[in-house]
Design a protein around this ligand. Structure first.
Ligand SMILES: Nc1nc(=O)c2c([nH]1)NC[C@@H]1CN(c3ccc(C(=O)N[C@@H](CCC(=O)O)C(=O)O)cc3)C=[N+]21
Length: 295
C-alpha cells in the first residue's frame, strides 16, 4: 500500500480558476498591492509569481518596491497610503523584511480589512473568536488540501499540528478547530512527539526541519499535510546543487500514510491561491459586493 498523493498544484489551479470565475461576475476589479522591501532574490521570485497569478485571475496587481535601506517610517507611510487608497483591496507586505526593520510594527499598520495575509492582531482576533475575517493563507491551504483528500466534512478527525508559529501552526490549529476537528498542537517541548503524531488522523508538520517526520510517526492510513519547504544540499544532482524537501521524510512516510502532500507541489502553491481568494473576499467586504457562491 502506498499513499495517494494530494496534488497541491492541481488543487491550487482549481482554486485560482474559481477565483477568476468569481472575479468575472463582480461589478468591478479587485486590486492587490504587493510591497517588497529590499532585493532578496527568493522574495523577488515569490513577488513576481504573485503579480503574474493575480493578473491571470483578472485582478489588478500594484507592485511597490522600496530599497533595502528604507526606514521603518518609509515602509509604514507607504502602507498608510495604501490603506487610504480606495482603489486598493488587499495589501501584502512581503516577509521577511530586511534586518533592522520591525515586521510586527509594519504589519500592524495594515488596515485589517485589507489584510489579505491575515497576519494583523485584528485578523488573529477574528479567527480566534470565530468572527468573519481574512484567514492566513498557508493554514487555509492546509484545510483545503485535507478536504480535497477526505471530503468536505472533517468533523471528529484528530489533527496534530507540529509547530506553534504565528504564521502557520497556531492559525492552522484554529482553522481545523473551526472545522470541528479535535486538535492537538505539538511543539519542541512535547513529550514523546512520535507517539503523539501516531494518534493523528491528519498530521500537519509546520516546523521547518527537513525530513523530521518518519514513517513510524504516522498512523497507517493517516493524511499527511506537509507545510515544510526546506532547501537542502543535493550533491547527487551535482556540486552546489540543492533541492526542496518537506518536514516529513516523504519516502519513509509514503508507504504508511493514506494521503500525502509532496514538496514541492503540495501546500506551497496553495498559499498564493488562498491569497488571491482573500483578495476577492476583501474586495467584496470593503465594497459591499455580495460574496461569490462556492468560493
Ligand atoms: N507576507 C508574506 N506572505 C507570504 O505568504 C509569504 C511571505 N510573505 N514571504 C515568503 C513566504 C514563502 N511563501 C511561499 C509561497 C509559495 C511557495 C510555493 O509555491 N512553493 C513551490 C515551490 C517553489 C520553488 O520551487 O522554489 C512548491 O512548494 O511547490 C513557497 C513559499 C509565501 N510567503
Amino acid at each position: 500500500m502506498s499513499a495517494q498523493r494530494i496534488d497541491g498544484t492541481g488543487v491550487s489551479a482549481d482554486v485560482r480558476a474559481k477565483v477568476a470565475e468569481a472575479v468575472k461576475a463582480l461589478p468591478g476589479q479587485p486590486a492587490l498591492a504587493v510591497v517588497l522591501v529590499g532585493e532578496d532574490p527568493a522574495s523577488q521570485v515569490y513577488v513576481r509569481s504573485k503579480v503574474r497569478l493575480t493578473e491571470e485571475a483578472g485582478m489588478v496587481s500594484v507592485h511597490h518596491q522600496l530599497p533595502a535601506t528604507a526606514t521603518q517610517a518609509e515602509v509604514e507611510d507607504l502602507i498608510a497610503s495604501l490603506n487610504a487608497d480606495d482603489t486598493i483591496d488587499g495589501i501584502l507586505l512581503q516577509l521577511p523584511l530586511p534586518k533592522g526593520l520591525d515586521e510586527h510594527s509594519a504589519i500592524e499598520c495594515i488596515d485589517p480589512d485589507k489584510d489579505v495575509d491575515g497576519l494583523t492582531e485584528v485578523s488573529a482576533g477574528r479567527l480566534t473568536l470565530g468572527k468573519p475575517g481574512l484567514r492566513p493563507c498557508t493554514p487555509n491551504g492546509c484545510v483545503i488540501l485535507a478536504k480535497s483528500a477526505l471530503g468536505e466534512d472533517l468533523s471528529g478527525k484528530h489533527v496534530v499540528v507540529i509547530g506553534r508559529s504565528i504564521l502557520v501552526g497556531k492559525p492552522a490549529a484554529l482553522l481545523f478547530l473551526a472545522e470541528n476537528c479535535t486538535v492537538t498542537i505539538a511543539h519542541s517541548r512535547t513529550a514523546d512527539l512520535p507517539a503523539v503524531c501516531r494518534t493523528a488522523d491528519i498530521l500537519v508538520p509546520a516546523v521547518g526541519r527537513p525530513n523530521m517526520v518518519k514513517g513510524d510517526w504516522v498512523k497507517p492510513g493517516a493524511t499527511l499535510i506537509d507545510v515544510g519547504i526546506n532547501r537542502i544540499p543535493a550533491p547527487e544532482k551535482g556540486e552546489g546543487k540543492t533541492r526542496l524537501v518537506g518536514d516529513a521524510d516523504f519516502a519513509d512516510c509514503e508507504p504508511v500514510a493514506g494521503h500525502i502532500t509532496p514538496v514541492p507541489g503540495g501546500v506551497g502553491p496553495m498559499t498564493i491561491a488562498c491569497l488571491l481568494r482573500n483578495t476577492v473576499l476583501a474586495a467584496c467586504t470593503r465594497r459591499g459586493w455580495s460574496m461569490p457562491e462556492g468560493l
